[in-house]
Write a protein that binds this ligand. Structure first.
Ligand SMILES: Cc1ncc(C[n+]2csc(CCOP(=O)(O)OP(=O)(O)O)c2C)c(N)n1
Ligand SMILES: [Mg+2]
Length: 819
């Protein structure tokens, strides 16, 4: 318990000063002869070969980008080409000491890192394993053209396989690692420990800690390396990722048998430039990147600045840091100094640097420098090195040639069925690992479970309302679904702000603290980007995560993670990755403009996310059960207004047992014949009130249909209802402009045009900032507003006097005002 971490005044108020230890800068001083005491001549030659291959791989891309051809191959490459010419030593040094169990994440400029990591993995895997990987990966689709062109030894085929798979991925070919759907900036190949690279710079900074978390929680071997550009170190998510990765609790509160600090190395590929901005001296203030580690934790992240122009210096550092990480003393930060001699992209005019500077670095080229040293040491002669380099380059060229050939390496044909299957796996997984789920204590004796057992599972019994304290409510429903999956899936973890002892800001998790060890339920730092990013990284490694954002309004803080990471990886990986993440997002009220906005429309706009917004306990439990049994990312909206709400619709209340509600099916909450009211979110209850008034005052029978799901969504029940009634009103608490219901209204118009007596009408919150609690009634739709809209725009209500104005002129006037 954090309660055991006593904060004593005499400790925290005592006098002292903070001591920093010095951070080594380019400390490596070994000669090749020194290295030969711990590395074989073969190792040293492999390093050379790897660097030559990477240089050639990118040189070819540069040539085709600029000239449209290379040797006898003419090829136009439409996509991006962020090359790392000049950075090969840093990439090979980073990868050399890593095995297949060590996982790397990278950036938009990671071709070199991918290849280096693959080459290192191939050296550590035997022929059988290599053949198995190549033959089984995507049923041999990537391997087939390679094996047809080369029937050499497995290791030789594997080198070709990697070059070919990477080129094909870059050239958007079906034979790429990810069917060409990821492309240059996202390429990866997990069997060799190469995890996704990210076009959102710094994106790996929040994701990779989740991968390291997976290794800790699930006792997996190896470390995680997050390769991040120097300029990207300014990104908030990177800092949040570092904060998340260096939380004290891994060592103070978690079971020590798990291994201690997260095994993650933040490896800054410090090439002195962003695209053109210069962190050192211009856009940052730390001067030496390694300095930023000083304040993060007392170990100063074991930071070092290393000479990334020398592969041996980098290998030396990575080997030492890997030991630190495996001992549970992580995380680590390395500042790997390197330099890209090419432009940010081939169209870059290099206006931001001088010819003099370029020439200085070109003359210190790491590959040439390494050749000189090796040749001088007598490990290999210059001729032998040149022959080895030429062989490596020729292999690269041949795989480029094969990848550029559209007959051997065709493109994928996209259609909706295929893309839907890639964006959403639609898979079910009771559990993602076979070991026993770790639970603390007997669940039957859990205080929350016992409290719930004494509750009435419906809002009313025999027409009488059940007292609030006795009512099984929405937060109980969510708790039950979570507990079920925690007890079934050993990989499942949950984290977010105040999730543990507090029980979640709205008490949904109360009781889970008693049921789960620290590593399955923990408090995260106030780092929304890292919370969602870590869930993404955890899922990429094969685990199930439930992350929580306390208020929907904080989605902006996790903007990239929600808009670009969580939704896109299943499709960009062509189904190689699953994303079993449920992101719980609570929609607030009463706390004004920055705590009360329903952002479900924003999230539903993003392809690749399943989005639900249940507003009854029955729907919440059933939909959460479905979300937690699947492997697709689900954003699960909850309304703070309704946490105490009991079940009012389901006869028999909320079942105690397990059941699922299929995501995408709207639910008819009240049947009627004269008018359909479609709702999403708490507006269901507003609509129910309005429906009662319509019936009692005007004899009109309204059918009320709650969407429950925003995406995917079956329009069939909506169309059926509208065809029956001929009129439709749509209501939610999202601001009216751009609300998800506008999409539903437009689609229903198309589907039911011939059956409609009037155009669909959408009623939402006013297009304002949310006002303070005392004024909210003027902002959120009230039952009367629904009647006003019906009277004004759908069907005149005899003798009705509207309280708000919804004439065409008024709508136009407000739009002109921007509200
Ligand atoms: C979030 C985000 N902002 C901006 C960009 C555009 N961009 C692409 S590369 C780049 C520079 C990144 O510099 P650095 O992190 O040092 O990596 P390097 O390119 O030097 O490898 C920028 C600004 C982006 N892709 N993502
Ligand atoms: Mg840079």
């Amino acid at each position: 318990m954090t309660k055991d971490l006593l904060i004593k005044p005499e400790n925290v108020l005592s006098q002292g000063s903070i001591e920093f230890t010095s951070i080594p800068v380019n400390a490596y001083r070994r000669t090749i002869a020194d290295e030969l005491s711990r590395r074989s001549p073969q190792d040293l030659t492999d390093i050379w070969r790897d660097m030559c291959a990477i240089r050639e791989f990118e040189h070819i891309i540069n040539e085709i980008k600029i000239k449209g051809s290379y040797r006898d191959v003419t090829y136009q490459h439409a996509g991006p080409a962020h090359l790392s010419l000049g950075q090969e030593a840093a990439a090979v040094g980073m990868a050399f000491a890593l095995g297949p169990d060590d996982h790397i994440f990278g950036s938009h400029r990671s071709h070199g890192e991918i290849l280096a990591k693959a080459f290192a993995a191939i050296r550590r895997l035997d022929d059988d394993r290599l053949l198995h990987i190549m033959r089984s990966y995507r049923n041999g689709r990537v391997f087939a053209p390679v094996s047809r062109a080369c029937d050499g030894p497995a290791a030789e085929q594997a080198l070709r396989f990697v070059l070919y798979g990477a080129y094909c991925e870059i050239f958007a070919r079906d034979t790429g690692f990810n069917r060409g759907l990821g492309g240059s900036m996202h390429a990866f190949f997990r069997p060799f420990g190469i995890y996704p690279n990210n076009a959102i710079v710094g994106g790996s900074g929040s994701i990779a800690p989740g991968a390291a978390l997976f290794k800790r929680v699930n006792r997996r071997p190896g470390i995680v390396v997050a390769n991040i550009g120097d300029a990207s170190l300014s990104c908030g998510p990177v800092w949040e990722g570092i904060t998340f990765a260096s939380m004290d609790q891994y060592r103070t509160l978690w079971d020590q048998a798990l291994g201690g600090g997260l095994p993650i190395l933040f490896n800054v590929m410090d090439n002195f430039y962003g695209m053109g901005g210069q962190p050192d001296g211009e856009t940052m203030g730390c001067r030496l990147i390694a300095r930023i580690a000083a304040g993060v934790n007392p170990e100063e992240l074991h930071a070092e600045r290393v000479n990334g122009e020398d592969p041996l210096a980098v290998i030396d550092a990575i080997e030492r840091k890997k030991e630190v990480l495996l001992e549970g003393r992580g995380p680590v930060l390395l500042d790997t100094v390197t330099y890209r001699t090419c432009g940010h992209s081939p169209s870059d005019a290099s206006t931001y640097r001088s010819r003099e500077e370029l020439e200085l670095w070109e003359s210190a080229d790491p590959i040439s420098a390494y050749r000189e040293r090796l040749a001088a040491s007598g490990v290999l002669t210059g001729d032998e090195l040149d022959a080895a380099g030429a062989e490596a380059r020729e292999r690269v060229y041949q795989m480029f040639r094969l990848a550029a050939d559209l007959d051997a390496s065709p493109r994928i044909g996209l259609d909706s069925e295929l893309v839907s299957g890639l964006m959403f796996s639609g898979r079910r997984a009771e559990k993602l690992d076979d070991r026993e789920p770790e639970l603390t204590g007997d669940l039957a004796a859990n205080p929350r479970v016992r409290q719930i057992a004494a509750k009435v599972r419906a809002a009313e019994v025999d027409g009488a309302a059940v007292p609030k304290m006795k009512t099984f409510n929405t937060r109980d429903a969510i708790f039950e679904a979570l507990l079920h999956r925690f007890a079934a899936d050993p990989t499942m973890i949950a984290f977010g702000e105040e999730n543990r002892d507090w029980g979640g800001a709205f008490a949904v998790y109360r009781g889970l603290t008693e049921a789960l060890p620290y590593h399955r339920l923990f408090n995260a730092p106030i780092s929304e980007a890292a919370i969602v990013g870590a869930a993404v990284g955890y899922a990429m490694e094969g685990g199930r995560a439930v992350a929580e954002l306390m208020y929907a309004d904080f989605l902006g803080r996790a903007g990239d993670e929600v808009l670009n990471q969580l939704p896109k990886w299943q499709a960009m990986s062509a189904g190689e990755l699953i994303m079993p993440v449920v992101l719980r997002v609570s929609v607030g009220d009463k706390y004004g403009a920055q705590h009360s906005q329903d952002f479900s429309s924003l999230v539903a706009h993003v392809p690749g996310l399943k989005v639900v917004f249940p507003v009854t306990p029955y729907d919440a439990k059933g939909l959460l059960n479905a979300a937690l049994a699947g492997t697709d990312p689900v954003v699960f909206f909850e309304s703070q207004r309704l946490y105490d709400m009991g079940e009012r619709f389901e006869a028999g209340g909320v079942p105690e047992g397990y059941y699922e509600i299929e995501i995408g099916l709207p639910s008819v909450k009240r049947t009627g014949t004269d008018l359909t009211i479609i709702t999403v979110g708490p507006a269901l209850y507003t609509a129910m009130d309005a429906a009662v008034q319509l019936q009692e005052l005007f004899g009109l029978s309204a059918e009320v249909v709650d969407l429950r799901s925003l995406n995917p969504l079956s329009y069939q029940p909506l169309a059926e209802s509208v065809r029956k009634t001929g009129r439709v009103l749509l209501a939610s608490e999202a601001v009216e402009r751009g609300s998800f219901l506008q999409t539903v209204a437009a689609t229903v118009s198309q589907l039911c045009f011939d059956d409609l007596d009037a155009p669909p009408v959408v009623v939402g919150a006013r297009n304002w900032i949310t006002p303070p609690a005392e004024l909210e009634q003027m902002f959120f739709p009230q039952p009367g507003w629904l009647l006003d809209a019906i009277h004004e725009q759908l069907i005149p209500l005899p003798g009705y006097r509207p309280g708000t104005v919804r004439t065409a002129g008024e709508l136009v006037r407000r739009a002109r005002l921007g509200v």
